[in-house]
Design a protein around this ligand. Structure first.
Ligand code: ACM
Ligand code: ZN
Length: 762
């Protein structure tokens, strides 16, 4: 009552004294909703939710209304009014709204109105409303009997119809409780698809009643690789590992997801990544020989044979899958299927002949098309990884593009639907930071800002072709995520960035604003006990070069914080100097910095080492430009005194080339005495990155002794060093590409990448 009177008085004062329009200041306090809505407008006043508030909805909105009801009242002291009178939260259908998942949320002092064309749209209004409430509602621990919600109008709709997250439960297995939490996160972030990767070489995770050995044998491996695949020699933990979801558990999860507007697309991998199934039923393979469920990561040669018996198995398995998952799409994998076994198998060779196929790639296409036909006959559509383009695309398939966007472009041009999950922007198993101390990851580098900047529509597509891009998805491969905490660390906050990529309009996106909303959103994750990564508090560094003068700028994307730093090797603390301007780098030094608020350090330690040498800031030319995605700092990055990170070839200091023979020339400006030349190559074979086998160095004058360095090492980073006294103005490095990736390795048959680091001249 008093509040109402007060606002009446205020309105009166405003009218009488015609105060400046309140909307300017109100607009600056729009709520911190992730993903950011299309339109938000703040209004005067607030809605008071209490035991006097009624929920008014009909059957059209039963999912969203029931979700809201349980969210508001479960555990909380707040109760809703089950009788008459009081204020109201109402659901209203508007069939005129164009986007089926769109909504309006209108909060006035008398009513909260949710207007949508469908229950899905209303569900997203509820998710926005949820983010207007105190975070204690998340855990049902809100103690008040009333809560105020500021008056506003939100108008919102998604940019893409496919908004997904993937989770690999084959490499590591996660509890049903965790799967539900994962689905909760998707729902809260307005994502609508959970791609559940259920079968792998290292474990089969779905109960299939007709084939009990899938659960007795294929669901368990005898042990697991310890450390990184690139660490040699391989070591194992000696512990049996595994598990699977029963059909009852799966039904329960599918229902749970349905009530959160999330469709689950199951993935049953074929013909590759099937070693676990072949371990259980060796007759499914080409050799009939007993094999084990895989205990380490990678691509394996054991794939399904193309004989009739295998198709009978696949169809039986899919029959059970279809009874559990009502989704329009079934993902049938199709990636990374080495053809060695098929080349040497009489059944597969007979199949090639009988079907008039050209080679094993066409045999793969035969396999996928045959399974597609089976599923189409049951009213379902297939999705496959972009390898299904090789040897001819199955007629109705949707392509999940991951090896760059080439597959997305090719499929859209063939008028096939596409989901963009390109490794460079969507692989959440990549490192998020170049700082030391990160949990071990597969490799690569995909920081939050890069995810945020992702455009799922490849620029090569014209307007008509763009329509085939349904959306995008974050992929979470779990070779290096053995616990649920690990998964959360890799997923958050990148999932929030992905949610804006697929939901929000470009004109509403702003990275700095996003980061402030992430800071707020993290309070919600705190009460939910989510182990999110907090790299938003990391110091970012940027090298500035003017001629041969270099300086280093530090920055933080979070507001109202200080960067404190040192250059004497000590760790910064609350008393260290506050960063104000770029730090001149005229000699070798190490900068250490961190973000602080008034009380404490918030993020991890930033460390940048700078080693001065004779080529720093000089001129460097390349015969080919680095690949667009891994262009780093361009050629300057090779002679700026800064090494690339040891684990992350995707950071800016590494330059990546795809299959090119390189010729790199440094002009030292004058004849200079040289004692040594040194560089490094990344050799992350699992990610298709190979050090060259040799490197040659040329000087101004040929002294008759060739300077060829043989690089013969399996290390993750291969060093190449020439020690030779020479006088020269120009130094040329000739770096041949490794060539084609050999059979049996990840990316077999593709060109290898070359990643080169700083060229140190002393
Ligand atoms: C994949 O990452 N093998 C699809
Ligand atoms: Zn075969």
């Amino acid at each position: 009552m008093n509040n109402n009177r007060l606002s009446l008085v205020l309105i009166f004062i405003c009218i009488v004294f015609s105060c400046s329009t309140p909307s300017t200041s109100l607009d600056s306090i729009v709520p911190n909703i992730v993903p950011v809505p299309m339109k938000q407008k703040m209004k005067e006043g607030q809605f008071s939710m209490s035991s006097k508030t009624r929920l008014n909805y009909n059957e059209d909105f039963k999912i969203s209304a029931r979700f809201l009801e349980s969210y508001l009242t479960n555990g909380n002291q707040m109760k809703l009014n089950e009788g008459e009178g009081g204020n109201v939260i109402s659901f209203e259908k508007d069939e005129q709204m164009e986007n089926a998942e769109g909504y309006k949320l209108v909060v006035s002092s008398e009513e909260i109105k949710i207007i949508a064309p469908t229950d899905q749209g209303a569900f997203y209004a509820v998710q926005s409303l949820r983010q207007l409430l105190p975070v204690s509602f998340e855990t049902g621990s809100y103690k008040g009997s009333e809560v105020g919600i500021k008056c506003m109008e939100i108008e919102d709709e998604p940019q893409f119809s496919y908004r997904g997250m993937h989770l690999d439960v084959g490499r590591h297995f996660f509890s049903t409780t965790f799967i539900k939490q994962y689905i909760d996160a998707l729902a809260m972030l307005k994502m609508n698809t959970f791609h559940w990767h259920l079968t792998e070489d290292q474990g089969w995770r779905i109960e299939i009643k007709k084939y009990p050995r899938l659960n007795e044998i294929a669901a368990y491996r005898k042990e697991t690789l310890v450390g990184h695949y690139n660490d040699q020699p391989h070591q194992f933990d000696g512990k049996r590992y595994g598990g699977f979801y029963t059909q009852e558990e799966i039904k329960d999860i599918v229902e749970y997801a349905y009530n959160r507007n999330v469709t689950i697309i199951p993935e049953i991998e074929m013909p590759g990544h099937s070693q676990a199934a072949i371990a259980a039923y060796p007759e499914l393979g080409c050799t009939d020989e007993p094999i084990e469920v895989a205990t380490k990561w990678g691509v394996f040669e054991e794939i399904y044979c193309t004989k009739e018996e295998t198709f009978a198995f696949v169809e039986d398995v899919l029959d059970e899958v279809l009874t559990l998952f009502p989704s329009k799409y079934i993902h049938i994998g199709g990636d990374e299927a080495p053809k060695t076994r098929w080349k040497n198998c009489s059944d597969c060779q007979r199949r090639i002949k009988e079907e008039g196929l050209k080679d094993e790639h066409e045999l793969q296409s035969y396999f996928i098309s045959r399974v597609e036909k089976y599923l189409n006959g049951k009213g379902r559509q297939i999705i496959g990884w972009d390898e299904i383009l090789e040897g001819g695309l199955a007629p109705n398939a949707t392509v999940m593009s991951w090896r760059g966007t080439k597959g997305a472009v090719a499929a859209a041009k063939e008028r096939h639907n596409v989901i963009n999950t390109t490794t460079s922007h969507c692989y959440f198993d990549y490192y998020q930071s170049t700082n030391e101390g990160e949990p071990i990851a597969i490799g690569g580098f995909l920081p939050l800002e890069k995810v945020y900047g992702f455009n799922p529509i490849p620029e090569e597509l014209n307007e008509d072709e763009q329509k085939y891009v349904l959306g995008a998805q974050g992929n979470v491969w779990t070779e290096y995520m053995s616990t649920e905490d690990n998964v959360e660390y890799m997923v958050y906050p990148r999932i929030m960035a992905m949610s804006e990529v697929v939901w929000s309009k470009d004109e509403n996106k702003d990275y700095d604003d996003f980061v402030s909303r992430v800071e707020k959103f993290n309070e919600r994750l705190d009460v939910l006990d989510v182990n999110y990564a907090n790299h938003i508090y990391e110091v970012g560094g940027e090298l500035h070069t003017e001629g041969v003068i270099q300086s280093f700028a530090l920055k933080t994307v979070t507001k109202d914080k200080d960067i404190r730093y040192t250059t004497d090797g000590s760790d910064p603390n609350i008393l260290s100097q506050i960063y104000k301007e770029p730090i001149a780098m005229t000699k070798s030094m190490v900068i250490k910095a961190a973000v602080f608020n008034a009380e404490k350090q918030l993020g991890g330690l930033f460390k940048q080492e700078f080693k001065y040498h004779k080529a720093v800031g000089k001129k460097l030319t390349l015969n080919v430009q680095p690949n667009k995605t891994y262009g780093g700092r361009g050629e300057k990055g090779l002679i700026n005194g800064i090494n690339g990170s040891n684990a992350r070839f995707g950071d800016k200091e590494w330059l990546g080339f795809w299959g090119d023979d390189l010729e790199i020339t440094i002009d030292l400006g004058e004849i200079t005495e040289i004692k040594s030349i040194e560089t490094r190559f990344h050799n992350a074979n699992g990610q298709w990155v190979y050090a060259p086998k040799t490197m040659e160095i040329l000087f101004d004058k040929d002294d008759g002794i060739p300077s060829v360095i043989i690089l013969d090492s399996n290390e993750l980073i291969v060093k190449a060093k020439l020690e030779k006294i020479a006088k020269s103005r120009y130094i040329t490095l000739k770096v041949p590409s490794f060539g084609i990736i050999p059979e049996g390795s990840q990316g077999a048959g593709s060109k290898a990448w070359t990643f080169i680091d700083e060229i140190v001249v002393n």
